[in-house]
Design a protein around this ligand. Structure first.
Ligand code: DGY
Length: 725
């Protein structure tokens, strides 16, 4: 793990320790002094990586205050901290309800039910998962009761969509979406019970908090609930705010998946949570999709109409796997645009909470524009689930750098990263820990695989040997081979997502044709390649396909490291000489340089293959050579006519991905190991600095690099060798 991450993980843990209040964690030191429902879910996810007992206690403390009807309250009040928050138990008066949990002080609403997801993660991240099973057995019936409460009390039409009855239940309190239903409520302050806001102190700028008019409405609704003694049927009759929200329902749908997993683990039937997940997923797809806006919106049950306001909550069906493939594709287009900060846009952090192009967008105000870590954490998982790996990586990059650069704040400015709200915010710290673990978890997995696989094969494999011949004349061969590679690209490479469908490729006629043509290489005369662009395209494409050919031929499952010296052993016979992927890269394309893992240059002094070196060396090839792994360049086909433009685009894309993270406040840039291995190709450290300056899109990062060209320090990010499947 880059040292810098380790230091910040320690800092994040200290924040969680400081916010620990005996048997749970408060969200922040002063602004939120009690236990909050979904905060505890996210906090438990972070803690699950290093302190299973506390992660379990966090969740059990919350469920100790579960209502008798199954509702898990939004807030469990800490008796020792009363007097610093509004509204507290004296205002909620939940004792009016026969369902309120005896002896506990709670609010009378709930929050997005992320808890089953957290519980599953506690199990999966535990060092000895078996020891967590008794906890799963204890908590499972309580989680089931929570979900049953939601479907029973909050889904009056039995649609599979549950409603929220207060903006605080959404977790995104003053989202612009609520302006419409709240705006309909005629609230006269004079008739409201008197109250005093307590959230405006604590050093937090009031402009970044909800408005007084919003609070009047929040209070109006609480007053209505207590007037109904928290009886759900009576509330349903009179509440003007009943909204089916894609965020709440997506979290519920995803939580049902976890609940089914937990059921399996403890030998219970997963049928009920599975059928809930299916019902909710299909209802989200059907009812909450806005076919023109191409995003999921809320449905206002009280007014019986959709609320056509698009926020980042509308992307969360990705998290639940609830969006259809077509919807996901449309959503992705909307997400990856200036509205929500596009890939490589360069002047923003993803994903702001509200469309930056809307008039009501406010970069600093709570849920009306800033970037929130929890929403992005869910979105990154959703994007991965649908295969949008590059975008997921870029979210992850932002989620790692925002707390490092701007502090563990509650929320962040989408354009310049300024931290807003309270500092030392628990879920920012907790999810940071989770993200760092996710970033590095493959490291351990792939080195284990490598260790196991050592010795699978020892001598080189010539992939185009055998008796077959291709029957294509030598002068036609290069063109035919390049066309065949382009066909493979069109059919099996997802260049946008940087992935290869190895499974489909393996059995395809296109791949068979490619293999047939490679037999022609045995007699191919390399003198036929004339001109630098033709040579570059030939060797780059051949390198990329020998890697794919090798992965398929060897039946690699997880990582090219399953085959020791993968890049040295796989060869094509070309014109009577043998070329491995390493020969192509280090010998031909890097001007016979020394590979980073060897002491000698690739070709010895008398090696005749030196005749084919492509000069001069272009360091951008490092972003076009695909090594079959998640950390290398996304695959593409390179056309000799356009190869310079393509190399330019490949370099730009790589430098602006999660493989380069500038941390001006630390005087550092975190870089892919590619820049360490091939530093000499860029002209030494100073050459790397100049290169980054040329390609980095983020204006702040460019300024930093320019002003610190000599002093900037590099730290190298672990290279993910897992397959780009
Ligand atoms: C607050 O007090 O601002 C909370 O978000 C309510 O849950």
């Amino acid at each position: 793990m880059a040292r810098i991450f380790a230091n910040y993980v320690e800092k994040a843990k200290r924040i969680l320790d400081q916010n620990w209040i005996g048997s749970s964690t408060k969200p922040a030191p002063a602004l939120y002094p009690h236990q909050w429902n979904w905060d505890s879910g996210f906090i438990a996810v972070g803690r699950s990586h290093y302190d299973t007992p506390r992660a379990i206690l966090e969740i059990e403390t919350l469920f100790d205050a579960q209502w008798l009807n199954g509702m898990v309250p939004q807030i469990v009040f800490d008796r020792d901290s009363l007097g610093n928050y509004f509204p507290e138990p004296d205002f909620w008066q939940t004792e009016r309800s026969p369902n309120a949990p005896p002896g506990k002080l709670t609010s009378g609403i709930t929050m997005p039910p992320v808890l089953a997801v957290a519980v599953e993660k506690i199990y999966r991240n535990a060092r000895r998962p078996r020891t967590v099973l008794p906890f799963l057995e204890r908590i499972y019936p309580k989680l089931l009761t929570l979900h049953a409460y939601l479907y029973r009390e909050r889904d009056p039409n039995d649609e599979g969509l549950v409603y929220i009855r207060h903006p605080w239940e959404s977790g995104i309190d003053n989202s612009p979406t609520w302006d419409i239903p709240l705006g309909r409520m005629q609230v006269d302050r004079a008739t409201l019970p008197p109250y005093e806001r307590k959230d405006l102190g604590h050093g937090v700028d009031p402009k970044t908090r909800p408005a007084d008019e919003d609070y009047d409405r929040y209070v109006y609704l609480v007053d209505l609930f207590r007037g109904c003694d928290y009886d759900e049927a009576r509330i349903r009759e009179s509440c003007p705010f009943l909204v089916q929200d894609p965020l709440f329902n997506s979290v519920l749908c995803r939580a049902n998946e976890s609940l089914a997993e937990i059921a399996n683990l403890i030998g219970e039937s997963p049928d009920q949570p599975r059928s809930w997940a299916e019902q909710t997923g299909s209802a989200i797809r059907r009812k909450l999709w806005h076919p023109e806006h191409k995003i999921f919106d809320c449905y206002d049950l009280a007014a019986n109409m959709p609320i056509e306001v698009d926020t980042s909550a509308g992307f969360l069906p990705l998290f639940a796997g609830a969006a259809s493939k077509e919807q996901a594709e449309d959503l992705y287009k909307r997400l990856d645009s200036t509205s929500f900060c596009a890939l490589h846009q360069g002047n923003c952090f993803t994903v702001p909470n509200y469309d930056t192009q809307q008039e009501g967008f406010d970069r600093a105000n709570y849920w009306r524009g800033p970037v929130w870590i929890n929403i992005n954490w869910m979105l990154a998982q959703g994007l991965r689930r649908y295969g949008y790996t590059l975008k997921a990586d870029s979210l992850q990059k932002d989620l790692l750098q925002l707390p490092i650069r701007f502090g563990f704040h509650e929320y962040f400015d989408s354009f310049d990263g300024t931290g807003y709200g309270t500092d030392n915010f628990s879920w920012t710290a907790a999810l940071f820990i989770d993200l760092v673990h996710e970033f590095y978890e493959t490291e351990r997995a792939s080195s284990r695989i490598a260790a196991k696989a050592r010795g699978i094969f020892s001598s080189g494999v010539v992939l185009n040997s055998g008796d077959e011949t291709c029957g294509v004349a030598s002068e036609e061969l290069a063109g035919a081979l390049m066309r065949s590679i382009r066909t493979l690209r069109d059919a099996f490479y997802d260049t946008g997502r940087g992935l290869v469908d190895y499974h489909a490729l393996r059995e395809s006629a296109e791949y068979k044709e490619y293999r047939r043509l490679t037999t022609g290489l045995r007699d191919f005369d390399l003198c036929q390649l004339v001109g630098r662009r033709d040579k570059l395209a030939f060797w780059v494409n051949l390198y990329n396909t020998i890697v794919i050919d090798g992965i398929v031929s060897l039946g690699i499952k997880q990582s090219v490291r399953e085959a020791p010296d993968f890049f040295g052993h796989l060869k094509y016979a070309i014109g009577g000489q043998l070329f491995s992927a390493d020969d192509i890269e280090h010998g031909i394309l890097r001007g016979n340089a020394r590979p980073w893992f060897h002491v000698l240059r690739q070709f010895g002094t008398r090696d005749p293959r030196k005749a084919w070196i492509v000069k001069p060396l272009d360091p951008r090839i490092h972003f076009a050579l695909v090594c079959g792994s998640r950390s290398c360049a996304p695959i593409d086909y390179y056309d000799s006519a356009t190869i310079y433009d393509q190399l330019e685009a490949a370099a730009k894309s790589f430098v602006n991905s999660s493989e380069v993270i500038a941390l001006p406040e630390e005087g550092k840039v975190l870089l892919s190991e590619i820049f360490r291995w091939y530093e000499a190709d860029f002209g030494g450290k100073r050459g790397v600095v100049d290169f980054l300056y040329d390609y980095v899109a983020d204006e702040g990062a460019r300024r930093f690099i320019r002003e610190n060209a000599e002093a900037v320090q590099f730290e190298y990010i672990y290279y993910d060798w897992n397959l780009n499947r």
